[in-house]
Design a protein. Sequence first.
Length: 243
Amino acid sequence: MSALALTVSSCDDGDIKTSSAVTFKDGYVVKVTGSLANASSWNELGKSYTLVVAGFAEGDSFPTISKIIPPTSESIDITLSGMENSVSTVELCAINSIYKRVVSYDTIFSFQDNPDWDPRDTIFYEADGRDVGVYCGIYSKLIAGKGKCFRCHGEGSAAADMHLVGKERSYAELVGVDAKTVSGSKRVVAGDADNSVLYRVATEAKTDGALPWHYDHVSNVDGLEYNNQKLLRDWINAGAKMN
């Protein structure tokens, strides 16, 4: 292990649920090592978000157990053990101030997909330079997730002449670019969410009045709930950086 590796197994497990009949998975250990890219970008959003390795019950957005990833670390060495039997997946993700998952970068292990795994065998995950930056999370969840934006903003002819396929291209098409549907406005104004058309598109429904972009994204696009809207707002107000 590199001399830069940081062992954070002594961090708070972050258990946020209590039960009078909690049972645990005997012997299961998950070990996450390697390097992460752009972890420090979450620092720019203040104390509202935390990168973690966390275990989730099926269908739940709140972890039953988590270990914090230091956002300034170049290498990580994290061990997760003592998981409740309810844990279905272990994920590399970001959670917000109420411990709700806002972005999942990768599923480290799925107990449902590996029912015959021998608990005596440690589950190893090599991060291998995984990009865990804020914009990478926004792109993968809000833009590329389920391909929902690509239906209108994919390759070829795109609505409002805005092409969003690819993280780098989508960023170049959004930040500091004139909006086609709102005269005199930018798609994203770094540092100013309220005057960014992208944020307005993600938060203004047709019930708020006529929409200059014609399509009601809030009512028709999955994933534009409050926590995702807040993440988008916080990213823009923090400077809308691509790292």
